[in-house]
Design a protein around this ligand. Structure first.
Ligand code: NI
Length: 173
């Protein structure tokens, strides 16, 4: 396993819609394992493939720090088949360090996906896991949590991030 580099805003891959996985083979299983290692090392509770530079519909989640009974999940081509209610909570993202914001999400979701062996999995959740999965599936659609904040808050954050990006640019000789 290997720890992968996490792409940060404004890397253009984070705005792309990821492609479905068509064949689940060892290279996909290796990607999943590397994503798990990367997520735990960060540390984070979820990671989507575009965040490590791979534009495929693959996510890993482990909501157990805030969700008793939650366990590690590796999900391929995940789809939300049903959602209801709404709930607001503070969110951050490994691709947007040091930024957080209050995001409204569905309270309860039903999910269908494939596991690493290509076996269909489906479940319904209304705990913190539901928020994590919605955040990660957003990544597969090129949507960041800051895109879901109020226009005012978005402008504020984007200005801050732009300023930061400029500061990190190397000196031009
Ligand atoms: Ni994220």
């Amino acid at each position: 396993m290997a720890i992968l580099e996490i792409k940060e805003y404004p890397d253009p891959i984070l705005k792309q819609k990821a492609k479905p996985v068509e064949q689940i083979d060892d290279s996909i299983r290796r990607l999943l394992d590397d994503m798990v290692e990367t997520m735990y090392a960060a540390p984070g509770v979820g990671l989507a493939a575009p965040q490590v530079g791979v534009s495929l519909r693959v996510i890993v989640v482990d909501a157990s720090p805030k969700d008793e009974g939650a366990k590690l999940m590796k999900l391929i081509n995940p789809v939300i088949t049903h959602s209801e209610g709404s709930t607001s909570d503070e969110e951050g993202c490994l691709s947007i360090p040091e930024i957080s914001g209050e995001v409204v999400r569905a309270k309860k979701i039903s999910v269908e996906a494939l596991d690493e062996n290509g076996k269909p999995v489906s479940f319904t959740t209304d705990t913190f896991l539901a928020r994590v999965i919605q955040h990660e599936i957003d990544h597969l659609n090129g949507i960041l949590f800051i895109d879901r904040l109020s226009r005012l808050k978005q402008d504020l954050i984007k200005r801050k991030l732009k300023k930061r990006a400029k500061k990190e640019e190397p000196e031009k000789l």
